[in-house]
Design a binder for this molecule. Structure first.
Ligand code: 3PG
Length: 215
């Protein structure tokens, strides 16, 4: 699969877990738990003060994990994410300042969009892969089908409301590169260190992204 955003690291997983880490000690075991379930990418959000140190810990200690910074909504956060070791950044939206900061930092960036006009503005900035957020509220699979008509070259990472029940429908859309979601990393499992549960959730999701045996 060719992703148009320059320098975006390559990863095997088509599922990007959206993670809120509240305790730095969760970061490295969580990265290993996801890898054990076949998920080699993680979006650690900046919604909690533990987010940046968690990115740093994973980047240093689990180099086989492609760790990105999520919920990057202010330009100044872009350099902080890069300095912590994030390999890429995602945002629920897109602003000119944020785009400029990503270019200045040379940090691969996946901006968020919700409308055709926003998709076109992102394309003008040179982005080919966008986060559709919030995906279900934006119209879900129907919206992705509708966008494919006038904007066929654009690829999306729908996030928001994606779950195992609708995951296959999303992944079947030709303009969906991967999906994001928080269901792989429930807060309680993180707090209680139930890493095997997370590996199981990751493995179940990974299995849904693969064609059934014999096809
Ligand atoms: C995000 O921040 O990208 C979303 O909150 C994830 O949405 P979900 O919790 O519905 O998966």
């Amino acid at each position: 699969m060719t992703l148009a955003n320059p320098s975006l690291p390559s990863f095997a997983s088509r599922i990007v877990p959206v993670i809120v880490i509240t305790d730095l000690r969760q970061a490295v075991p969580l990265a290993h738990a996801l890898l054990a379930g076949g998920v080699d990418v993680m979006e650690i959000t900046l919604r909690h003060e533990a987010g940046l140190p968690a990115i740093e810990a994973v980047a240093r200690q689990v180099p086989q994990m492609q760790v990105g910074a999520g919920t990057v909504t202010r330009a100044r956060e872009m350099a902080r994410a890069r300095d912590a070791g994030a390999r890429f950044a995602l945002s629920p939206g897109m602003s000119d300042e944020l785009v400029q900061a990503a270019f200045d930092c040379e940090l691969p960036f996946i901006p968020g969009v919700m409308t055709p006009g926003e998709v076109m503005r992102a394309r003008e900035h040179g982005f080919g892969l966008l986060k559709l957020f919030p995906a279900e509220q934006a119209g879900g699979v129907g919206m992705l089908k509708a966008l494919a008509g006038p904007l066929p070259e654009m690829r999306f990472c729908p996030t928001g409301g994606v779950s195992p029940s609708n995951l296959p429908q999303y992944l079947q859309q030709p303009n969906v590169a991967m999906v994001g979601g928080s269901w792989l990393t429930p807060a309680a499992a993180l707090e209680q260190g139930r890493w095997q549960d997370i590996t199981d959730l990751a493995a179940q999701a990974t299995a849904l992204t693969l064609p059934p045996i014999g096809t």
